[in-house]
Design a protein around this ligand. Sequence first.
Ligand SMILES: [Zn+2]
Length: 235
Amino acid sequence: MNLDALWNYMQIDLKADKFESDMRQFPKRQLLLKHRNFLKDQQANIAKIESDVSNMNTRMEAVKEEVIRLTALLSEQKAQLEKNPPKTLEEVQEKSAAVSKVLEALTHFEQELQKMRKDADMRDRQQKDIRVRAAKAKAEFDQVKIEYDREFARDTIELKELRAKVEKEGAKIDEADLERYKKIKQHVTPPMALLMDSQCSGCFMSLPLGTLRDAKGSEQITVCDNCGRILYLKD
Ligand SMILES: [Zn+2]
């Protein structure tokens, strides 16, 4: 059977496939994905810091209120002492212990406040840093995207032209043969193989005599017994 047309068809069909898969592997596309992932990470970082800052603010408010309460308690204790000075040693000890306790708590909270202010400053700087980096990444992303879109549009046209060529070539082939080709291509590609030295050049199996005879003389498409490719005998 003369499979020259089908063989030629396969050449441009595979070329179009390769072009399409190359389009997907574009370095620019990969770069674009990389930038996009980086941006996503930065956004997640910013969200995390924002949530930390919000928690810290809540705690800071609570601590500030506690400091106000303790300061008021301290002045009240002082006023009481002035009004009713302790008379016994026991009373002195008792009152001074109470005052110390309040002072201790105040110191503790003031230290916590100080630490939180430092933390807040650090987070502020971190956030600024991340925003600057994210803005830079976004600008790069936009630039690559413009180039990518341009290339993609150009390649889409080229691919369309290639596919049109494939179709034109396909019109020269018997419909049933073309269907067979497409079905085989779903399982193995390239779907045709040269028959050389009684071997299938797709899988290198030596073919049985019956298959060889069919490939040479039959009016039907002959496929490799092993890999299922259409066998093509070049003149
Ligand atoms: Zn084979």
